[in-house]
Write a protein that binds this ligand. Structure first.
Ligand code: ATP
Ligand code: MG
Length: 367
């Protein structure tokens, strides 16, 4: 018998052989990096059909760390043993002691060489444990579950299933740059794109010292999910441009436009970095209608600034949904820390700027 973690992965299983091999390799490397970075000893990792098996004596710690590796759907600290019913029966009985009254057995044959069907195992083993320990089988409301997966001649026994985030292995979808502030939204946007397999680097415009300090802490939290990629970041001092632009706009009674010019500047700088370093897209934390300036009209004005795709993974999320994710990824407590308001935000920002007016102002300002 051997201690291990049963790692279930999701969408990779749907891919062609060739893609699956490539993605599996990336996921495997990311898992190793995660275990190493968290100082969790393991002897090897086996790649099987739809499952990875991590051999380790620290299977609970390993599961909790690997939970943050994208591409993994769920994990169970498990015991690997010969697929022999008598042996399984005794081990399952031992695992069932002192865990509560109601239980169920959930067997699954991933490969089919074991002679009993999953249902046979559920019923026979369930009845045996019930009689031996005077327990009650309850399929819906149970205190504990005995899980068994049969795979390539072995049985894996477990009592816990830890949900992970799913998504795709980080690195299978290329590199993008995310505009990250110190607010709640943009760290979540970066995380969601990481979850879909992108290596994400960050671009922050420093406007206040407090905002910058929060940003640095946010970056650290995001790194805890970026196995397979050391996050690089780019910091630009936003004050000179904003101070100058706000002054010029105010002189021309166009102060309302400050935020649009500010965001356009962000995108232009992001695109310049993308072209220099080879990033494929720009990510922002913008959302439709969350603040007055995030209207469809304004977003289309912003898109016209650059040629590269601007990805907005939060576009259709409700605020609460974003906050829920921010809490899970531990950026929420940082983002919600008080900081001074952006000193350049006008009292009434433009909500529906037209392209014509934008072009007129641009000519007026920079001629
Ligand atoms: P966030 O919560 O990320 O601040 P928000 O909903 O408050 O987003 P805005 O403040 O209008 O929206 O900013 C829109 C987007 O512009 C942000 O989601 C982020 O991608 C980018 N952004 C805003 N401020 C900065 C900054 N200081 N540095 C880099 N990117 C920024
Ligand atoms: Mg903000």
């Amino acid at each position: 018998m051997q201690g291990c973690v049963l790692v279930r992965y999701g969408e990779i299983a749907l891919k062609s052989d060739q893609t699956r091999k490539w993605w599996n390799k990336i996921l495997l490397d990311n898992m190793k990096e995660c275990l190493d970075k968290n100082n969790i000893p393991y002897s090897s990792i086996e790649v099987l059909l739809g499952r990875f098996i991590v051999y380790t004596d620290s299977s609970l710690e390993a599961s909790n760390a690997l939970k943050n590796v994208f591409g993994i759907k769920s994990l169970s600290p498990a015991l690997k043993m010969e697929a022999n019913y008598e042996a399984i029966k005794e081990k399952a009985l031992e695992l069932s002691k002192n865990r509560g009254k109601k239980f169920r057995v959930s067997a699954r044959r991933i490969t089919k060489e074991f002679s009993m069907t999953s249902n046979d195992v559920n019923e026979t083993l369930g009845a045996y444990i019930k009689d031996q320990l005077d327990l009650e089988v309850s399929l819906l409301k149970y205190d504990f579950e005995i899980g068994i997966e049969f795979l390539e001649g072995y049985a894996y026994l477990f009592t816990e299933r830890i949900e992970a985030f799913g998504g795709l292995p980080l690195g299978v979808q290329g590199e993008a740059i995310c505009l990250v502030s110190s607010g709640i939204d943009s760290p979540v946007a970066a995380w969601l794109m990481m979850k879909r397999g992108c290596k994400v680097d960050l671009l922050h415009f420093k406007i206040t010292e407090e905002g910058y300090k929060k940003y640095l802490k946010i970056k650290e939290r995001l790194q805890k999910f970026s196995y397979g990629h050391e996050i690089k970041d780019y910091i630009i001092d936003g004050v000179p441009y904003l101070a100058n632009t706000k002054k010029k706009l105010s002189e021309n009674k166009k102060e309302k436009w400050v935020c649009i010019f500010c965001k356009r500047r962000f995108l232009q700088e992001a695109e310049r970095i993308c072209q220099e370093k080879g990033y494929l897209a720009i990510i922002t934390g913008e959302n439709l209608g969350q603040v007055a300036s995030q209207t469809l009209k304004n977003l289309s004005l912003l898109d016209s600034t650059v040629k590269l795709p601007v990805l907005r993974p939060l576009l259709a999320y409700d605020k609460q949904e974003i906050v829920d994710i921010a809490r899970i990824i531990n950026t929420y407590e940082i983002s919600k820390e008080k900081e001074p308001k952006c000193p350049f935000t006008p009292l009434y920002p433009m909500t529906a700027g037209s392209m014509e007016e934008l072009e007129t102002i641009e000519r007026m300002l920079w001629d």
